[in-house]
Design a protein around this ligand. Sequence first.
Ligand SMILES: [Zn+2]
Ligand SMILES: [Zn+2]
Length: 257
Amino acid sequence: MKLTVIGGSAACPNPGDAGSSYLVTHDGFSLVLDCGPDSISRLRQHAELRDIGAVLISHLHSDHTLDLVPFRYGLRYIRGPRGPRIPLWMPPDGRNFLDQLGRVFALGAEAREPFFDGEFDIHEYDPDGSFDLGPLSVSFMPTQHFIDCWAMRVRAGGRQLAYLADSAPIDALVDFARDVDVAVCEATLSSREAGSPENSGHMTAAQAGEIAQRAGVRHLILTHLWAEHDLEATASDARSTFAGAITIAASGVQVVV
Ligand SMILES: [Zn+2]
Ligand SMILES: [Zn+2]
């Protein structure tokens, strides 16, 4: 597998980066994990939108979903033959979310049909189950966040990737990421912000490192970052708790899983 960071920003895209989005490729198949703001422009630097095999969304916050709108417009209007609809796997209640989002933007003649359905084949996944997307096998775990959110584990070719989405540092993430080759883990909070109730759905780089260390992760990708935090300090905070390889996520960063 190859992981390409499309966007590694937190709630607002950092200068030159995009909101949460990751491209996972294996054996000619391309999976997009999350679709945050500005991610489509960045994704198009690495893939043709119509060549994407599936899209999988961790949760319904706008910093993980907003560019489904330009994604839809790209599939519809970019010059060339329109391909088959792309499977879009939403979390529970994702269908209702897309219907509401689509109603906001389906203006004029576009209001005649559901906004997303012409371009995406929309499903809600069962977070208790696992399923295959092309050559990739995917399973889930609920995180601790401000709304329902699911971490994802992707397996292919004997390798494993864990995308831990948005979460507080809960013990269950350790078991979920056990022995994966690469873990993509958020490090939204600076060390000063940890522990306050309004930050109870995120974690620090040191906490991400501790989870990765306990899980036996080989390579930790720190993501969901604010540019205003010192990213060197973010990496060294993770280094204080994690002995493996550390990479700071930003658009264009690529890692072989
Ligand atoms: Zn979130
Ligand atoms: Zn987020």
